[in-house]
Design a protein around this ligand. Structure first.
Ligand code: AP5
Ligand code: MG
Ligand code: ZN
Length: 218
């Protein structure tokens, strides 16, 4: 069974590749960031609590994140394998994940690490546009791969394309700094545990996907 974690700097294409992999392996995927954005939009109590963190680009407190992920992983759909995009983001979360899985006799099978420079990450995030429909959230880029039919509408579902509120330059810098101090250490953490499958993120979307699939065949 495939129980996968996606790792990589913001903009490396975790969300993009997670969706392609989920389809390939017929497993479900969750992006904690996307889940949080939905709660914020719905204006739930949880949404109101986490909104300031997400808008600033800060990490949401661990207890909240772990509760949300644990609930998601308890659902029958995640019992047949899963792909986590955006969790864990630091060693404390990684340890919480191991415990969560062990409670049900599960373990992680692979950690896909998409390597990307900060300069390229900045370029991808500042030009990113996402479909406003949360059930779709297809990602586009104003220069790298714009929407084909209408630059302001999603090719897949026709909804409006928006600029994520944390894709403003101050929030991007903050997110990249937090990635360097909190999340990057997970690369060595998972390498030491023999789970890391590292690919070069500075290729086209299709080429990155191909590299990941090659790593799975190794
Ligand atoms: P989240 O939504 O996870 O955002 P993020 O970590 O900032 O990551 P991104 O979604 O920006 O990057 P991505 O790697 O998915 O890139 P994408 O595929 O879109 O989290 C948002 C917030 O929620 C966090 O800041 C935090 O506040 C909170 N949060 C979430 N999880 C948390 C946790 N575990 N703990 C605490 N807080 C948490 O690609 C980027 C762009 O590049 C797109 O435009 C795409 O089309 C383009 N692109 C992708 N691949 C390529 C390619 N190969 N070539 C050219 N363009 C490409
Ligand atoms: Mg994402
Ligand atoms: Zn759409």
């Amino acid at each position: 069974m495939r129980n996968i974690v996606m790792l990589g700097v913001q903009g490396s294409g975790k969300g993009t590749q997670a969706e392609m992999l989920a389809e390939k392996f017929s497993v479900s995927t969750v992006s904690t960031g996307r889940l949080f954005r939905s709660r914020i939009e719905e204006g739930t109590e949880l949404g109101r609590e986490i909104a300031p963190y997400v808008e600033r680009g800060d990490l949401v407190p661990k207890d909240i994140v772990c509760r949300v992920v644990a609930d998601w992983m308890d659902a029958p759909s995640a019992r047949k394998g899963f792909i986590l995009d955006g969790f864990p983001r630091n060693v404390a979360q990684a340890e919480a994940l191991t415990e969560m899985l062990a409670e049900n006799g599960r373990t992680l099978s692979d950690v896909v690490y998409i390597r990307l420079s900060d300069e390229e990450a900045m370029r991808r995030l500042s030009g990113r546009r996402v479909c406003a429909n949360r059930d779709c959230e297809t990602k586009f880029h104003v220069d790298l791969h714009p929407s084909k039919r209408d630059p302001n509408r999603c090719d897949r579902c026709g909804s409006e394309l928006v600029h994520r509120s944390d894709d403003r330059s101050e929030a991007i810098s903050r997110r990249l700094a937090i990635y360097g101090s909190e999340t990057k250490p997970l690369v060595e953490y998972y390498r030491e545990r023999g789970l890391l499958r590292e690919v070069d993120g500075e290729q086209s979307i299709a080429e990155v996907f191909k590299s990941i699939m090659e790593k799975f065949r190794e």
